[in-house]
Design a protein around this ligand. Structure first.
Ligand code: S3P
Length: 443
């Protein structure tokens, strides 16, 4: 853990790749673990969150190792083939790892104990306990459904139909992964579609899924239980959430041009890029292609004036992790940006609504929270900065304020860089390679 300072820098330039997609990486390991045969994964994110998922799967009898060339090899145990872990599954900072694995073990007849770091132990898990109990699992948790907790998987799992009470890909995925080892057909209904990497990857490995578009924009997803999953190669695209940091840095540091190669642009993940274009951002999408069922492109981003807009609540699921860095862009834009419907931000790695408002206020920006909306008054250029921000065990808060420091006249500092590696190992080196000036605070 170290405090970092980000000092104002000259125009950024260069060509980079960001690490592999975190959501897809977790799913490739988990679904590979249930397939017959060996799954080879190229481009897996080797951040702490994903490494914790690999370690948890190993504790349940799966071989998952990095080969000498950097590809990962997972020897699957077949659907329903996990074995009882002889130690606690510690998912560190990772909500995705914890929640998807709770779903996965809920239809295996053994007890699995889960814990995580102080941030993860504060996060709500009742949203997973609810549907997996309906499948027949027992969950014994701390008050509020929090970790440490124990899942005792169902010996005779039942298929369910579950209407998602929150637009959450994690809850949807937990149900689908649990339903793999239940007989018959399980349904998940979502009124606002969330990222569909689980559905795409399950199909890639041979599962039978039906996806129905509902009136009003929702979706109903049916999975036929007890499929034979067969190992398949997986190529993980660059993470669009990680790419948003260098992209927005390039937009707000005058004179910059940065190309980010191989960015995943699944339409249910790419809301940030649509929003930035509405704000007037100059982003070119080159060489659009599809890799392993996921759309990918090379992004070239040029600095320029941004204007404030209203971001509708309906777009939140497609950019839920990008609000901290979008708020930084909004603080540099001309006029008001209103980001609507952000209740879920309160239960991320930190209370992100509070963390964003606090950090931007300290930097000299005008920010308010009205109900679940975040409102940022941009001044047409970066706020003055010159403040230190508490990162609250939250990688995205840390990276967002380092990016702000690159454009703020007096720079910015963060108190703790310790969590950046959960999703974006090498962030500081990559940004400095483009021209940023991020270094130890007292250096
Ligand atoms: C994720 C889903 C999102 C997101 C998280 C990753 C996933 O959470 O915030 O970083 O991989 O399914 P919710 O589904 O709970 O909104």
């Amino acid at each position: 853990m170290a405090a970092l300072a980000s000092r104002p820098c000259k125009a950024l330039s260069g060509e980079i790749r960001v690490p592999g997609d975190k959501s897809i990486s977790h799913r490739a390991l988990m679904i590979g673990a249930l397939a017959a045969g060996e799954t080879v994964i190229r481009g897996l994110l080797e951040g702490d969150d994903v490494l914790r998922t690999a370690a948890a799967l190993r504790l349940m009898g799966v071989e998952a190792e990095r080969g000498s060339g950097g590809d990962w090899r997972v020897s699957g145990v077949g659907v329903g083939g996990l074995s009882e872990p002889d130690d606690v599954l510690d998912l560190g900072n990772s909500g995705t790892g914890a929640r998807l694995l709770m779903g996965l073990v809920s239809t295996h007849p053994f007890a699995a104990h889960f814990t995580g770091d102080a941030s993860l132990r504060r996060r709500p898990m009742a949203r997973i306990a609810e549907p997996i109990r309906r499948m027949g699992a027992q969950v014994i948790a701390r008050e509020g459904g929090r970790m440490p907790l124990c899942v005792i998987g169902a010996a005779e799992p039942m298929p369910i139909t579950y209407d998602l009470p929150v637009a959450s890909a994690q809850v949807k995925s937990a149900v689908l992964l649990g339903a793999l080892n239940a007989p018959g057909e399980s349904w998940v209904v979502e009124s606002r579609p969330s990222r569909d990497h689980t559905e795409l990857m399950l199909r890639h490995f041979g599962a039978e899924l039906k996806i129905e578009e509902l009136q009003g924009g929702g979706r109903a997803i049916a999975l036929k239980g007890e499929p034979e999953l067969v190992a398949r190669p997986v190529i993980v695209p660059g993470d669009p959430s990680s790419a948003a940091f260098p992209a927005i840095a390039a937009l707000i540091v005058p004179g910059s041009t940065v190309t980010i190669r191989n960015v995943g642009l699944n339409p249910l993940r790419a809301g940030i890029y649509r929003t930035l274009e509405e704000m007037g951002a100059d982003i070119a999408f080159g060489d659009r292609r599809t890799e392993a069922g996921e759309p990918v492109a090379d992004l070239t981003v040029r600095a320029g004036k941004l204007k404030g807009i209203t971001v509708p609540a309906s777009r939140a699921p497609s950019m839920i992790d990008e609000y901290p860095i979008l708020a930084v862009a909004a603080a540099c834009a001309e006029g008001e940006t209103r980001m609507c419907g952000l209740a879920e931000l309160r239960v991320k790695e930190s209370d992100r609504l509070a963390a964003i408002a606090d950090g931007l206020t300290r930097a000299g920006a005008r920010v308010s929270i009205e109900g679940d909306d975040l409102i940022v008054q941009g001044g047409g250029r970066a706020p003055k900065g010159g403040a230190a921000v508490e990162t609250r065990m939250d990688h995205r808060i840390a990276m967002s304020f380092l990016v702000l420091g690159m454009a703020a006249a007096d720079g910015m500092a963060i108190d703790d860089d310790g969590h950046i590696g959960t999703s974006f190992p090498g962030f500081v080196g990559l940004m400095n390679g483009l021209g940023a000036r991020i270094a130890a605070k007292d250096a």
